[in-house]
Design a protein around this ligand. Structure first.
Ligand code: PEP
Ligand code: MN
Length: 339
């Protein structure tokens, strides 16, 4: 971080500021120019707020030269993180294929979908139990009963299960029963929940990108979870809100290389919530894998017309199967290309 002083700043101002910065355990390096004096701050500047110095009357402005996140930062952790979900590895070349319905609706539905997606090559089963719906009159999910149905589907297929946590009071239940704890888009900036998830969730976390969040805000949300004790975070891009209304959201594929450059965490893509239309899912899934995503989260429903949530964006099992066949071919071509 660099503090640029006003031309009117005096030697006493420099002394006062460097003393204050050093009292916070940081080092300083002062460069006195002919026009301006600058103070370089050396050390862990994640602990200080640049705005704090901007209010000082001797300071012109402050510039960050390093990112405000540390634990998620690739600079301090050059290798890809590999996160274990049940017995499935995610990241560092290991792909997560998460599939299942938006909401768990019945035992028959979740078991049928689980068996079919497993046969197609999915390695993690998803299914919403607590649903963050825009309308309070829409189906809110089956709650804890859905988690038990997911467990039955897990027993039948061996697939680890992923479902969304909205309320911290359910953390003990999720710790006991869920393999991958999803934090949804709408809660990405629920800092009280993120702290609790960091402190108390013993399972890996799938952190979806907020509806209109910048990369830095998203990474800072991951940093909240990591700084509070849970380092096992997988990021999920699921489309962001733009001026376009034809699609539900706009899938930001640039997130893949950007997140990989800035962080060491795995990033997966959810093309279902991005486009909001089932027929967009295959093209966007293939593009995501080619762009280097660490996996996909795709909504699959055995009867999308009757789905209680997100039917229009859900693939039928046969469509998911043919998509997974294409994905396997792509993965092979990419691996051969690396030989
Ligand atoms: C979901 O995965 O069903 C969901 C509600 O996702 P998002 O938080 O991305 O909207
Ligand atoms: Mn959904």
């Amino acid at each position: 971080m660099i503090v640029i002083l006003k031309q009117t700043a005096t030697k006493d101002d420099v002394k006062r500021l460097t003393k204050d910065i050093e009292s916070k355990g940081l080092k300083t390096s002062v460069v006195v120019g002919t026009e301006q004096t600058i103070i370089g701050i050396i050390g862990d500047t994640t602990l200080i707020d640049p705005k704090m110095y901007e209010v000082d009357e001797a300071v012109d402005h402050v510039m960050r030269v390093s990112e405000p996140y540390k634990l998620a930062n690739r600079q301090f952790h050059p290798n890809d993180s590999i996160i274990q979900v049940g017995d499935v590895l995610v990241g560092g070349g290991n792909l997560a294929f998460i599939a299942g319905p938006c909401s768990v609706e019945s035992k028959e539905q979740i078991i049928e979908v689980a068996k079919s997606v497993k046969a197609s090559g999915a390695n993690i089963l998803r299914g919403g139990a607590f649903k963050p719906r825009t309308s309070p009159y829409s189906f809110q999910g089956m709650g804890t009963e859905a988690i038990d149905l997911l467990l039955e589907a897990k027993k039948e297929t061996g697939l680890p299960i992923c479902t969304e946590l909205m309320d911290a009071s359910y953390i003990p239940l999720f710790n006991e029963k869920v393999d991958l704890v999803q934090i949804g888009t709408r809660n990405m900036q629920n800092y009280a929940l993120l702290k609790k998830v960091g402190q108390e969730v013993k399972k890996p976390v799938l952190l979806k990108r907020g509806l209109a969040s910048t990369y830095e805000e998203w990474i800072m949300a991951a940093e909240y979870i990591m700084a509070n004790g849970n380092k096992n975070v997988i990021l999920c891009e699921r489309g962001i809100r733009t001026y376009e209304t034809y699609t539900r959201n706009t899938l930001d594929l640039q997130a893949i290389p950007v997140i990989k450059k800035l962080t060491h965490l795995p990033i997966i893509i959810d093309p279902s919530h991005a486009g909001g239309k089932w027929w967009l899912v295959p093209a966007m899934s293939k593009a995501s894998i080619v762009a280097g995503a660490d996996g996909l989260m795709i909504e699959v429903h055995n009867d999308p017309e009757k789905a209680l949530s997100d039917g229009p964006q859900s693939l039928r099992p046969d469509k998911y199967d043919s998509l997974m066949k294409d994905i396997k071919k792509l993965v092979k071509v990419m691996a051969d290309g690396n030989d």
